[in-house]
Design a protein around this ligand. Structure first.
Ligand code: PHE
Ligand code: NA
Length: 507
């Protein structure tokens, strides 16, 4: 007889945990920057199309698969088709090795910057401070230098928190944490946004750079325009935490009667709304800084970590002393958003290990968090930023999207999308139309393949960020190789046959 699987205590608990995974560091700086780069408000059009064509269908798919099989990705995949187990392992392995390890270090940066923002000890030149004093960036990805102790401190604290939460039973650990983190995050974010938009110069910057539409940038008939469409699909994937097996894992703790379609729609809409709203804070604050320093908005905005750790501190420097608490608030928002995503990354891997090796949640969480901390150390060295950047690039452009394509093939063609649609419709209030089958079998995988092709083309046209090719092969190729190897090894241990053949849905 089947053993009892952990269950969420409430539907709201599940929803908040799923939103907690989706809403992360990416919503705050990645979305804003991409919108700016790619035509301002016009970016919202490809973004919305990507949400409808890939985001929502895949969110429904991941929820449905987890709910139907009550299993982690490797077990769910193996139940549909034994040969697919290694691919089921690949997703949580990528989540853990490819993202979780550096994500914890970045939360460690945020913790440091939270403290620094109280006395502005980053000084006047925030770029020199971040790269020079804080990261003490080395000469290249192979030059590890030494460990940066303040970063290691933040990273240890992050893993300790993640361990403390995932260690407990789902309804007490992840669910309770989400019930605190998420309302807190929404309140803090609203305060931050409300305060940002009233800064001098903020509203003009928002209107001119965020709410304006440059439709020429999204034309499908130009090279630039096509790139924007590809970027929008990539962002939707990343922002919704799709392709990591996380949503499969979270949905595996759902009770039988659950409105899958309703929950999927709510998760997607709230995540994107969160991005849109925080965009006001990002554009407003940068607009304020640009005006205070008399520079153009385009000069002030930066990509990647520079936005949060160089531009933001610079803006905070300009504030009257009484307002400095808002600087700390920004980093607190990043910490809370980051932690709830880090928990989900750990849980997907830990749950897969529990399912296969029948060890307790406590044991697997402890092993995995210990392993995670050890692995994160490389990101606390002086080469941390380089390695993080390369790994992030390869994971986001390839691993994740290929994972999405494979999910579509598994459910769309091997299991048959009609079977899954019937399952979803037997429990959901809103019924799935046949259009979902068309999306899962053709549209979504087709679009994702075009994206991978585009990314590959860029790879051969120019070395990413001018890194030495050998470094790209070693770290980028290395992470893809290691995750595949680990998946391959893990899938060779035998299943408990009872567990493998359990049926949780009506046959
Ligand atoms: N969705 C998160 C964000 O937008 C990133 C993330 C991806 C988190 C995958 C967990 C897993 O930042
Ligand atoms: Na997100």
């Amino acid at each position: 007889m089947a053993e009892k699987r952990s269950l969420w205590g409430s539907k709201v608990g599940f929803l908040l945990a799923a939103i907690g995974s989706a809403v992360g560091l990416g919503n705050i700086w990645r979305f804003g920057y991409m919108a700016y780069e790619n035509g301002g408000g016009a970016f919202l059009i490809p973004y919305a199309v990507a949400l409808l064509m890939a985001g929502i269908p895949l969110m429904i798919l991941e929820y449905a698969l987890g709910h139907r099989e009550k299993a982690s990705p490797p077990l769910a995949f193996a139940r549909v088709n034994r040969l697919w187990e290694p691919l089921g392992w690949w997703m949580p392995t990528v989540a853990f090795f490819g993202i979780n390890l550096f994500y914890a270090a970045v939360i460690g940066w945020c913790m440091n910057y939270f403290l620094l923002s109280f006395n502005l000890s980053w000084g006047a030149d925030t770029g020199a401070f971040f790269f020079g004093e804080f990261l003490q960036i080395s000469d290249g990805p192979f030059d590890l230098g030494s460990i940066r102790w303040p970063i290691l401190g933040g990273t240890v604290l992050t893993w300790a928190i993640v361990w403390g939460i995932c260690y407990r039973e789902v309804s007490h650990g992840i669910e309770k944490a989400s019930m605190i983190f998420m309302p807190l995050l929404f309140v803090l974010t609203l305060v931050l946004v409300g305060w940002s938009v009233q800064l001098p110069g903020a509203w003009t910057a928002i209107k001119e750079n965020y709410l304006s539409c440059d439709f020429s940038k999204i034309s499908l008939f130009t090279d630039v325009g096509r790139k924007v469409w590809v970027a929008a699909f990539g962002q939707i994937f990343f922002t919704l935490s799709l392709g990591f097996g996380i949503m499969i894992t979270y949905a595996s703790y759902l009770p039988k009667k659950t409105d899958i379609v309703g929950n999927a729609l709510t998760t997607c809409v709230l995540n994107c709304l969160y991005s849109f709203i925080t965009g006001f804070a990002v554009f407003g604050t940068i607009g304020y800084m640009a005006q205070a320093q008399g520079i153009a908005f385009g000069e002030a905005i930066k990509a990647g970590p520079g936005l949060a750790f160089v531009v933001y501190p610079e803006a905070i420097n300009q504030l009257p002393a009484g307002n400095r608490i808002f600087g700390a608030l920004f980093f607190l928002v990043l910490i809370v958003a980051g932690l709830s995503s880090a928990i989900s990354l750990t849980e997907a891997f830990s749950c897969s290990i529990c399912d296969k090796f029948k060890i307790s949640r406590k044991k697997s969480t402890s092993i995995i968090c210990g392993l995670g901390l050890a692995g994160s150390i490389v990101f606390t060295t002086q080469a941390g930023l380089f390695i993080l950047d390369i790994i992030d690039h390869f994971i986001n452009n390839y691993a994740l999207i290929i994972g999405g394509v494979l999910e579509c093939i598994l459910v769309g063609w091997i299991l048959k999308s009609g079977v899954m649609r019937n399952h979803v419709n037997s429990v959901s209030a809103v019924k799935l139309p046949v259009l979902w089958d068309v999306a899962i079998r053709f549209i979504t995988p087709g679009m994702l393949l075009i994206i991978v092709a585009g990314a590959l083309r860029n790879e051969f046209m120019a070395a990413y960020e001018n890194y030495p090719v050998i470094a790209l092969l070693f770290f980028g190729g290395g992470i893809l190789f290691i995750t595949r190897l680990v998946s391959f090894i893990l899938s060779h241990f035998p299943w408990d046959p009872v567990r493998l053949d359990e049926i949780h849905h009506k046959p």
